[in-house]
Each structure stands twice: as C-alpha cells, then as structure tokens.
Design a protein. Structure first.
Length: 168
C-alpha cells in the first residue's frame, strides 16, 4: 500500500483491490447516495471493477486519483479524498467523502487541506477545481474554508443535473 500523506490524525493511501468491502460501505452510505449518486456498487465484483476502472486506473494514467482516508490511531478506513482528472472539466478537481460516523469531527477539512497542499507541492497542479450539488451545504462550506471560490453553475455532458463549479 502506497501511502500518499499523513496529517495529525489521518493517513491517505492508495486504494488496493482488497478495499472492496469498504467501497461497498462508502458508496452506499446515505451522504454518498444523496450528494454523489447511486453508482450501483452492491457486490464484491462490482466494487473490484469500480476500483480497477476508477482509482487504480487513475493512478496509472495520471499519477494521482482518489485515495483511501484512514485513521492513524488504528488504520480504520473512514473515507476517500483525492484529485480527479475529468474529461469535461478544464482543471483537475478535488473530491472527498466520509462515512457518516466521521462527519462533523474536522476530518474532511484536515484531509482535504492536506490533499490540496499535496496537489500543489508534489503534483505541481496550480489550479484545482471542485464540483458539488447546490444543496450540499456541508461540501460548499468546506470548499470555501479550503479557499476555493464559486465560479459558475455547470451541467456536465450527459447529465441534466446542475453543479456548482469552484476553483482556487
């Protein structure tokens, strides 16, 4: 497992094919379903395909992607955070999601701010964007706390959903 960074309470590491159980749990959590959407990941095989075609593929092609967030104390997987390169956005964007039990404890800000620093300092990415639903107030507050500013409302190709685009 390739560790990316460490904060006071958290570690960020690459996903492995052995993280399927956690992927099923996170992608079916209430916050994920409400604000990101149902990805149809219900089985180990579906989770394996999600990892292979998502984070693991991104590591190979971009040198970065979504990473697993775990506690330093006991290596408990609590979420994901990372930088994503989407075909339909001009700049790479930051993404994050935590299991419900870990919301409201400052973990999202801790790992997202460290991830932005990693993107700037290690990956030399100067411009980072973020997208979120207009009703995802917690995400909007976090993006603004991270220093990102609202740019415009967008609709990604193949979707009818309005998203707020933020950038640094």
């Amino acid at each position: 497992m390739n560790q990316i960074l460490e904060t006071e309470r958290l570690k960020l590491r690459e996903f492995t094919i052995h993280d399927t159980g956690f992927i099923i749990e996170l992608l079916n959590s209430p916050g994920w379903l409400q604000f990101i959407g149902d990805k149809g990941i219900k089985t180990e095989e579906q989770a394996k395909a999600y990892l292979e075609n998502g984070p693991l593929k991104s590591y190979r092609h971009n040198g970065f992607g979504l990473f697993l967030v775990e506690t330093k104390e006991n290596s408990q997987a609590i979420g994901m955070c990372g930088i994503i390169r989407r075909d339909n956005l001009e700049n790479p964007d930051i993404g994050f999601a935590l299991l419900p039990a870990y919301n409201g404890k400052g973990y999202a800000y801790e790992i997202a701010s460290a991830t932005l620093a990693y993107a700037h300092n290690q990956l030399a990415l100067r411009k980072i964007s973020a997208i979120t639903l207009p009703n995802n107030i917690r995400s909007i507050q976090l993006l603004e706390k991270l220093g990102l500013s609202y740019l415009e409302t967008i609709i990604l190709p193949g979707s009818e959903e309005e998203l707020l685009l933020y950038s640094n």
